[in-house]
Design a binder for this molecule. Structure first.
Ligand code: DX5
Ligand code: ZN
Length: 224
């Protein structure tokens, strides 16, 4: 069984509140912190920057999982490496040379993630995994750019395709994860879960994270 990880998303957090929120996530047992970077072009909204990652780095020792929802991630890789990103996810739909971008992440000894939107074909990312350019796949279970959207179950077939073909790969799902959808995504073979608005809707991060982890562990299927 792959190790289950819970990755709180800080998307809804004010910059000033970040240090305390990151400390709280660490005390609550989170595995990594997920940081959404949006450029206003690839998606409509604008969010976060290297300064955000630096602030999280200073206030927590958790690995930092950076999700670049930007049109041209290649030029940004060095900036995010410099401030302490541990994983960098880039979108297959972004307007860049994806091979060069993933190689740059790996050359910097960081974990390279490929992210795929709900409408994109899973076939687009298979060659990148086959060529070992990717350490992790981030499957969007909502359209990117906004927290608080509803989980799209129609994306689940992508999770099982990847899990069957690459049993050792880490598969993260992002968008609309709650105490119900985490179970169905885990049953398709996802082992890492980004959780934003659902976690913030709970009073207690610690019991929320531990409950989500138990549901994922109970439902995880390594051979979906
Ligand atoms: C959406 C972002 C997500 C977002 C998830 O574009 O990539 O990481 O923070 O938030 P929820 O869990 O509220 O869907
Ligand atoms: Zn994200």
């Amino acid at each position: 069984m792959k190790k289950i990880q819970i990755l709180p998303s800080i998307l809804g957090t004010d910059y000033d509140a970040l240090p305390l929120v990151c400390e709280d996530f660490e005390k609550a047992g989170a595995d990594q912190i997920h940081i959404d970077v949006m450029d206003g072009i690839f998606v409509k909204n604008v969010s976060f920057s290297p300064a955000t990652v630096q602030s999280c780095k200073l206030s927590s020792s958790l690995p930092l999982n950076v999700h670049l929802m930007v049109n041209d991630p290649l030029d940004l890789i060095s900036d995010y490496v410099a401030v302490g990103a541990d994983t960098i996810h880039v979108h297959i739909e972004s307007d860049c040379d994806i091979y060069t971008t993933l190689r740059k992440i790996k050359d910097n000894k960081k974990i390279a993630g490929i992210t795929i939107n709900p409408e994109s074909s899973i076939e687009t990312i298979l060659p990148l995994i086959d060529k070992k350019l990717v350490d992790e796949v981030l499957i969007m279970t909502v359209n990117p750019g906004l927290g608080g959207q509803e989980y799209m179950p129609e994306v689940e077939s992508k999770i099982s395709i990847i899990r069957k073909r690459f049993p050792h790969l880490d598969i993260t799902v992002d968008g609309g994860i709650n105490d119900i959808s985490i179970g169905t995504a885990a049953a398709k073979g996802a082992n890492r879960f980004v959780v934003g608005s659902y976690l913030f809707s709970l009073k207690n991060f610690q019991s929320g994270i531990s409950n989500l982890r138990s549901i994922a562990e109970l439902n995880y299927n390594h051979s979906p």
